[in-house]
Design a binder for this molecule. Structure first.
Ligand code: ZN
Length: 361
């Protein structure tokens, strides 16, 4: 079983981040002040579906007492939901149900059918923005006159594609990317449960690479933990982590700061010879430039980097003005776009590096 499935959060407390959303939902459960429809928007893999599932169980849990907002996950109802044995919790992936007929069959028909065993019938419609216009109209009719004890939870990564008429009938929650601190806390919990140890810098790498997506982080962690029975250091983890050499990037930025074009180009050649993934290098360089700007703006303590990386960035921040860092960041951002367009990815990378070396004062 994948790590992500094994550690799928079963309670609000176990869901990484999203503090304000969890608090509001838990309060609604405790006060019994539920909306008929909710819409969860936000990037992929940040806990929207997990939150919807915990919410659906908490509403229906038979042992939950007053002032309690978490599901017990062991009563007959919680177990039935966890084992997909109830017809009252209906999960629909709109990405594969775009026709109006499917919505009629799966949503309207099911919503009209009386609930079978649970107090609340809950529809969780994932990627709701994928519904067709006519499907949205059918859904809208339901939201306008919601059957009693039916709750809709709509989830989407593209809220701008959801009609305003639907959004206005839902209580809206905007999910955020998971912060490095929240992500690390959960990764550490999993590592501990698996009875393994992980180098500090490996956590940093996972967090940086997964860009606030908890599922991506846990999937990377799973691959890394599979490498060894007990202890995993940075070198071992590099077998799995996309290969990007932080030291080479530091040298590259040093050469750029000193305007040494020849040295910068031979560093590129060394990276290519090393089989480094260029897109990862470019992404990491942009990430370093972003950290540089933060350090130069006096917000250095918000930089989430390993100590050694941070020290070399602080050194570098003295050699470049903020204006120069912005210019270089622009060149690399352009490079990232070009890499995705061209088959020959070394060229845009070289152009960005040379432009950076030749930048205006
Ligand atoms: Zn329960």
């Amino acid at each position: 079983m994948s790590l992500y499935r094994k550690y799928r959060p079963l309670t609000f407390a176990a869901i990484a981040g999203q503090g304000h959303i969890k608090r509001t939902l838990e309060n609604e459960i405790i006060r019994d002040e539920l909306a008929h429809a909710y819409i969860f928007s936000g990037p992929r893999a940040v806990g929207k579906t997990s939150t919807a599932r915990v919410f659906a169980r908490a509403l229906n849990c038979s042992t939950r007492v007053a002032e309690q907002s978490e599901p017990c996950n062991s009563c007959d109802r919680c177990t039935a939901i966890l084992q997909n044995r109830t017809l009252d919790i209906i999960e629909i992936d709109a990405a594969s149900h775009t026709g109006v007929d499917n919505v009629r069959e799966n949503i309207i028909a099911a919503a009209r059918v009386a609930k079978t065993m649970l107090p609340y019938k809950v529809f969780i419609i994932d990627e709701v923005h994928m519904l067709s216009t006519s499907a949205f109209n059918a859904l809208l009719k339901l939201l306008e006159e919601p059957p009693s004890s039916v709750i809709f939870i709509l989830a989407t990564t593209e809220i701008q594609k959801v009609p305003a008429t639907i959004i206005s009938r839902c209580q809206r929650f905007d999910f955020m990317r998971i912060t490095p601190a929240d992500m690390k806390a959960r990764l550490m919990m999993i590592v501990k449960q698996e009875e393994k140890t992980l180098d500090e810098s490996v956590y940093d790498d996972i967090i940086r690479l997964s860009d606030g997506c908890q599922r991506d982080a846990e999937s990377l962690l799973g691959q890394i933990l599979a490498l060894h029975d007990t202890k995993i250091d940075a070198q071992l983890a590099s077998l799995v982590l996309p290969h990007s050499n932080r030291q080479l990037i530091a040298k590259l930025l040093d050469a750029i700061a000193a305007r040494k074009t020849d040295e910068a180009i031979s560093l590129i050649d060394a990276m290519i010879a090393d089989g480094v993934d260029i897109e990862t290098v470019v992404n990491d360089t942009i990430e370093d430039l972003r950290s540089l700007l933060r350090i130069q703006s006096g917000a250095g303590d918000t930089v989430q980097e390993a100590k050694s990386v941070r020290e070399s960035l602080e050194e570098l921040s003295k050699k470049l003005s903020s204006l120069e860092v912005l210019m270089i960041a622009d060149y690399f951002a352009q490079c990232l776009q070009d890499i995705r367009l061209f088959a020959h990815i070394q060229l845009p990378f070289e152009i960005a590096v040379v432009k950076s070396c030749l930048r205006a004062q």
